[in-house]
Design a protein. Structure first.
Length: 752
């Protein structure tokens, strides 16, 4: 214990002496001797030691490879050693010992020694450095040992290059007293480099590109010795340290937000004492050397710093851009059954990063979410939108009711497993198409067909649908590209958003998707299935299902589009969609379907409200939607939009403070315009906007960037101010359910 203590004591004394002489050592900088040893070993019953000396070299240098192998087994060993060399290292093969062969093309050497028990042998081989790669000076020699069916390998790292050259030492020749200055040398040649600096005032530092400060004026000779594993180079230059002031500053955040504390770091210099005068561009000043400041409004501010001493003054200028956190809104359904998918959509610009906290420990990234809760209850969903200026947080309580919890199990069916349902009621389409029920006396069985070679699952589904229709004396359906596109989009949507609804993630209905994808004829139904790996079983399920059978066997259908998606990250893996059309019927006319807000909504004029609707046709050039508010004093157009949020869904965020006349009761509607009114939503809804009594003035305060939308059950917190606690659950208004479509989804099949 005494010996160990003495060593520690002497080590401390040595470090103190180094500090007294002004030496600074950066332990992270490698030295040539420590980085490349040229040694490696393969341990085992037969042990191989490799030594390459020297481990560094320049062109035309020679390295000596020394191999030592020893047999530690009680029996004779005949191992195989294979050495692989880089192309720039050439072994001298003029005098090879017995048992050694060379492959000049692969640049390898094979050694087959015969070792008695306990015997050791050596092999010495010179290597010549033919060339170097200045961008990749590190090279590896690989050794592989084969013995008794086992293979072990190791590598020896070498360095081949040229000595360094110093192009310049100082980037500027003058600096003020007390002003920080970074020494940055320009060194050519392969690295790694180590630097040893002599600052000319008695200080020596062994740090790459150090940041230094000269406390007194004068002319100093700065010297540098730069080293790489092969050699070193030296250079020097003079720097003049002047007592006159120099002004320079920076900030700790290049993109500060409103209300954020900004730290100004002062990089000025000069012979003291120094006086500082800051002007922050918003009418405020400071005399501190390194102040902190908060801006209360967004904008671009001109900041100036004046530094004075007895010899004069200097001034520096800079710009500070202060912005607002992102304007964002969130669309999340109010409730969902446990185990069923819940959808959400963030509404923000493309520069905003979005994250979601679902209240059950799950976190998602991206503007769209699809999540299923495993337990019923109330969950607080938080959407976090972040840009370079800050963070906006929106929250909403979601109610998860009791439901059928589902987990994916591969669905393997046989023809006898599918039992027909008992309902014989006609399936009625609310859009005007009535499909009569088709009776089924016994379970429908579809025989396996001899399908074309290399046919896709979707093509096989098309064949099996027509085969099923043929059993009921119905004509085959024609494949239509537009219907295929609509089917493919919905199948991909179900897999991506992990749902099995006929309503798309954008809220679209099947008939609207046909319009969106350009099918200009009549809509004749949609069928979906999931969990079937074979298209034959999917079609059997449809025909044996009371709700699907009238769609598959629709005598008025003439066209068919099919799609298949296989996604092992989705709950049901296999997703099938079939879209049916009637080419003899005219296309369904698109309508404006309003979603939010519901009628009779009452808000304060300081609250924002989000308007959402569906429109299935892509907008033509010049077309746009207009949100119109109708009051006692007339109509006011309060916003326009000419592109969807996603898919067929459109949206607009209204800030009542932008329109002082929006006080009172209003009827609102959405109009499609193109120079004139093309269409108006028939669903006229009411909204009441009342003045916020907490406002100090009735005049709205304009902002440079629109703030985020807040609905009555959504709370908003803008960083960097502390976020508010999540509110308690509040009752939510139930939305009017969408109309029943002639669509159906598979129900769980009871096992026998």
């Amino acid at each position: 214990m005494r010996i160990q203590f003495r060593w520690v004591f002497f080590l401390l004394i040595f470090m103190l002496l180094l500090a007294g002489f002004g030496m600074q050592i950066d332990p992270a900088i490698p030295t040539a001797a420590a980085a490349y040893t040229g040694l490696a070993q393969i341990e085992g019953p037969v042990q191989l030691d490799i030594a390459i000396s020297p481990p560094v070299g320049a062109p035309r240098d020679t390295m000596q490879v020394q191999l030592q192998i020893r047999n530690r087994t009680p029996e004779t060993a005949v191992p195989t050693i294979l050495l692989s060399f880089p192309q720039n290292l050439q072994p001298d093969v003029k005098q090879l010992p017995r048992g050694v062969t060379v492959n000049l093309q692969a640049n390898t050497i094979q050694w087959l020694p015969v070792l008695e028990s306990g015997q050791g042998l050596e092999l010495s081989l010179p290597l010549r450095v033919e060339s170097v790669d200045l961008t990749s000076p590190e090279q590896e020699v690989t050794a592989v040992l084969h013995h008794n069916g086992q293979e072990k390998s190791t590598q020896v790292t070498l360095w081949t290059g040229v000595p360094p050259q110093i192009e310049s030492v100082l980037s500027q020749s003058h600096v003020a007293v007390g002003q920080s200055y970074q020494l940055k040398a320009e060194i050519s040649g392969p690295g790694p480099f180590t630097q040893e600096w002599d600052l000319g005032d008695g200080r020596r530092v062994a740090v790459n590109d150090p940041l230094v400060v000269y406390p007194t004026a004068g002319i100093y000779t700065v010297s540098l010795v730069a080293k790489n594993p092969l050699g070193e180079a030296a250079s020097s230059a003079q720097i003049t340290v002047v007592p006159h002031v120099a002004a320079q500053f920076g900030i700790d955040d290049d993109t500060p937000g409103v209300g954020q504390s900004i730290a100004f770091h002062n990089d000025s210099g000069g012979q003291g004492p120094l006086q500082y005068t800051w002007q922050f561009g918003d009418g405020t000043t400071s005399q501190e050397a390194a102040p902190q400041h908060e801006y209360q409004q967004p904008g671009i501010y001109e900041v100036s710093l004046v530094v004075e001493n007895s010899l004069g003054l200097a001034q520096a200028f800079g710009q500070v851009t202060v912005g607002l956190p992102p304007a964002a809104d969130m669309f999340v359904v109010d409730s969902a059954p446990a185990g069923e998918p819940l959808f959400g959509q963030a509404i923000s610009d493309e520069t905003t990063a979005v994250a979601w906290e679902m209240g059950d420990g799950r976190i998602y990234q991206g503007a769209e979410i699809n999540h299923a809760y495993n337990r019923s209850g109330d969950y607080y969903v938080t959407m976090i939108a972040e840009n370079e200026f800050g963070t906006t947080r929106l929250g909403k309580w979601i109610h998860v009711g009791a439901g059928i919890l589902k987990s994916f199990l591969p669905l393997i069916t046989k023809p006898g497993d599918l039992n027909p349902g008992s309902s014989g009621d006609a399936v009625t389409d609310p859009l005007g198409l009535d499909l009569e029920a088709v009776d089924l006396e016994e379970a429908f069985v579809l025989e396996s067909l001899d399908l074309p070679a290399n046919s896709t699952p979707a093509e096989q589904l098309f064949i099996y649908v027509n085969a099923a229709r043929a059993k009921f004396d119905l004509p085959p359906l024609e494949s239509v590209a537009a219907l295929n596109s609509a089917a493919a989009a919905h199948a991909a949507d179900m897999a991506a958003f992990q749902h099995t609804n006929h309503s798309g993630s954008d809220g679209s209905h099947p008939s609207e998707r046909l319009i969106y994808h350009g099918y200009e004829r009549g809509y004749a139904g949609e069928a979906t299935a999931w969990g079937f790996a074979d298209p034959r079983y999917a079609v059997e399920f449809w025909v044996n299902s009371d709700s699907h059978r009238p769609i598959i066997l629709n005598q008025y259908a003439t066209d068919l589009g099919v799609a298949f998606v296989e996604d092992y990250s989705a709950p049901s893996v296999w997703y099938w969609t079939a879209e049916f059309g009637n080419k003899f019927s005219s296309a369904w006319q698109p309508t404006l379907r309003l979603h939010n807000p519901q009628t009779d909504l009452s808000i304060l004029n300081t609250e924002m409200v989000s308007f959402n609707w569906n429109w299935p046709k892509p907008l033509a050039a010049g077309e746009q939607f207009v949100l119109v508010m109708h009051g006692n004093s007339g109509s006011v157009s309060v916003g326009t939009i000419n592109r969807p949020l996603w898919g067929t869904r459109y949206g607009f965020i209204l800030n009542p403070l932008d329109f002082p006349e929006l006080i009172g009761n209003f009827d609102w509607s959405i109009r499609l315009e193109n120079g004139g009114v093309l269409m108006t939503a028939t669903d006229l809804r009411t909204i009441t906007i009342e003045p916020d009594p907490t406002l100090p003035t009735a005049t709205p305060i304009p902002t440079l960037v629109p703030t985020v939308a807040i609905t009555p059950d959504v709370t908003t917190t803008v960083m960097p101010t502390p976020s508010a606690a999540a509110p308690s659950p509040t009752p939510r208004a139930t939305q009017e359910p969408p109309p029943v479509l002639i669509t159906a989804t598979p129900l769980p099949t009871p096992e026998n």
